[in-house]
Design a protein around this ligand. Structure first.
Ligand code: G3I
Length: 405
C-alpha cells in the first residue's frame, strides 16, 4: 500500500518535472509564432578616455606640447597682402584639418583646392556610389574659416577609376559623364566658388593646325574615345545645369607654351561662341626657376582678351639644380624667391583679369615635386625667402637689384 503510494507520487513528480520542462521550452507559455526579443547582453561600460600622459614621443620636457613641427604665426598674411588684387589659395588635404597645416592655412590663405579628394575616382569610387565624407569635412572647415573652395576636378584622364568613360557605347559614356557631374556639382551647389570642369584635355606638342580645328589637338583620353570631342562642351553644360552660379574653368599645365596657349585660346573662343558656359581658364603654373616671365605674360594677355577669368591654379616653382639629399642653399632660395617675386609683380598688373593665385602645396616635403623644393615653407613650417618675396615683390626685387627687369 505504502509502496504503491510512493510509486504514484514518484510518477507524479516525474510528470510534474517533464511538464515544467516542456513549459519552459515553449517560451514560458508565449505564442510560438511571436519572436522573442533577446535580452540584450549587459554592455560593458564605456572606458573613460585617459588623459594622455606626457610621453617621450608626444612631449617636450614634460609639457603636453606635441613634438614635431609647429607653425609659429608669422604675423603677416599672404591673403591680406593681396586682398585688393586676387584670392590667394593653397591645396587642401585631410591633413589640413590638423596643426600645423591648419594654422598655416588659416593665417595665410583665403582659398583652397582639394589636392586629391575630389578627383573623379575619389568622388565616385565605384559606379553609382558617391563618397562625400571627406569633401564635406573640407567644406565645413572652409566655411567655418571664411575660406573659398575650388572644385578639382570633374573630367580628367587620370585618377578617374576603371569605369568612367571606359566604354565604347557613346550613350552610356554620356550618361556616366552627366551622372558624375550632376551628382558631384549638385551636391555642393552654392558652396563651391569655381570648378575645374575639364582638366588637361589638350595634347602636348600639338600646334593648332592651319584650319584652326582645335579638336585635332585633343589628348587621347577615355572621354575622347568614348564620346568624341564634344565631351568637353557637354561637361560644361552639365556642370552649369547643376550649379548655375559656379564659375566653370578649363584647367591645364604648360599654358605659357605658345602652341598650347593658342589651342586653348581657339577652343575656349569656339565654345563660348556656341554658348557653352565656360567662364575661366586655369593656368596651372608648375614652373621652374628658368621660366620665362614674358611667356607667362603673353598667355595671361591672350586669355584675358577672350573675356574670361584667368586664375593661376597650381603654382609651384621647382629649383632646377636642387639636390634631394640636401636642403636649398641660400643662393638657391633667393633665386627661387626672385622668380616668385617677378611673377607676383606681373600678376598684380593683371589684377583685373586674375581672380585667384593658388599654390600647389605648403611645405616642400609634402609637394608632388618635393625633390625640387618648390613651395613657400620649409619642412619645419618656417617661411622661405619666397614667402617674403611674394609678400612684397617690388621691395624684394629692389633689395636684390632686379627692380627694373
Ligand atoms: O591614395 C593612394 C593610396 O591609397 C596609396 O596607398 C598610395 C601609394 O602610392 O597612393 C595614393 O595615391 C596617390 C595620390 O596622389 C594621393 O596621395 C597617387 O599614388 C599619386 O599619384 C597621387 O599624386 C597626385 C597626382 O596629382 C596624381 O596625378 C598628387 O598628389 C597631386 O598633387 C597631383 O596633382 C595634379 C593636379 O591634380 C592636376 N595638375 C597636375 C598636378 C601635379 O601632378
Amino acid at each position: 500500500m505504502l509502496r504503491g503510494s510512493i510509486v504514484k507520487s514518484r510518477s507524479f513528480l516525474l510528470l510534474l518535472i517533464i511538464s515544467l520542462f516542456v513549459f519552459m521550452l515553449s517560451g514560458c507559455g508565449a505564442d510560438n509564432q511571436t519572436s522573442v526579443t533577446p535580452t540584450p547582453e549587459p554592455s560593458t561600460p564605456p572606458t573613460p578616455t585617459p588623459t594622455p600622459e606626457p610621453s617621450p614621443e608626444t612631449s617636450d620636457s614634460g609639457s603636453n606640447k606635441p613634438k614635431g613641427p609647429v607653425y609659429e604665426p608669422i604675423g603677416s598674411s599672404l591673403a591680406e597682402a593681396y586682398a585688393d588684387y586676387f584670392l590667394i589659395g593653397t591645396i587642401y588635404t585631410p591633413n589640413t584639418l590638423v596643426d600645423p597645416e591648419r594654422s598655416l592655412v588659416i593665417e595665410q590663405f583665403n582659398c583652397i583646392t582639394p589636392e586629391n579628394i575630389m578627383k573623379p575616382e575619389s568622388m565616385q569610387p565605384s559606379e553609382g556610389y558617391f563618397a562625400f565624407t571627406l569633401p564635406d569635412a573640407m567644406l565645413k572647415f572652409a566655411e567655418e574659416n571664411n575660406i573659398k573652395v575650388i572644385g578639382h576636378t570633374l573630367v580628367w584622364h587620370q585618377q578617374s577609376g576603371r569605369f568612367l568613360g571606359q566604354t565604347s557605347d557613346r550613350e552610356k559614356a554620356i550618361e556616366q559623364l552627366r551622372n558624375h557631374i550632376t551628382n558631384v556639382v549638385g551636391n555642393y551647389k552654392g558652396r563651391i566658388m569655381a570648378w575645374d570642369v575639364v582638366n588637361e584635355a589638350v595634347k602636348d606638342g600639338a600646334p593648332l593646325p592651319a584650319d584652326g580645328d582645335w579638336t585635332k589637338c585633343l589628348r587621347e583620353t577615355q572621354w575622347l574615345r568614348s564620346i568624341g570631342p564634344d565631351y568637353i562642351e557637354m561637361a560644361f553644360r552639365f556642370a552649369h545645369e547643376a550649379d548655375p552660379d559656379a564659375k566653370l574653368y578649363y584647367n591645364d599645365y604648360n599654358m605659357n607654351d605658345e602652341d598650347k596657349a593658342k589651342v586653348v585660346h581657339a577652343m575656349v573662343k569656339d565654345l563660348r561662341a556656341k554658348g557653352v558656359p565656360i567662364h575661366g581658364i586655369g593656368m596651372q603654373g608648375h614652373y621652374d626657376t628658368n621660366v620665362s616671365i614674358e611667356s607667362v605674360e603673353k598667355s595671361i594677355k591672350m586669355f584675358s582678351e577672350l573675356g574670361v577669368e584667368v586664375s593661376i591654379t597650381e603654382l609651384d616653382i621647382s629649383v632646377n639644380d636642387a639636390s634631394v639629399s640636401k636642403s636649398l642653399t641660400e643662393e638657391q632660395e633667393v633665386r627661387q624667391a626672385i622668380v616668385y617675386a617677378k611673377l607676383f609683380k606681373l600678376f598684380k598688373q593683371y589684377k583685373d583679369n586674375i581672380v585667384r593665385v593658388t599654390f600647389w602645396g605648403t611645405i616642400d616635403s609634402k609637394s608632388w615635386r618635393r625633390d625640387k623644393f618648390p613651395c613657400l615653407f620649409r619642412n619645419d613650417y618656417t617661411p622661405k625667402e619666397a614667402y617674403y618675396a611674394i609678400l612684397d615683390p617690388e621691395k624684394y626685387l629692389a633689395e636684390h637689384g632686379v627692380a627694373e627687369e
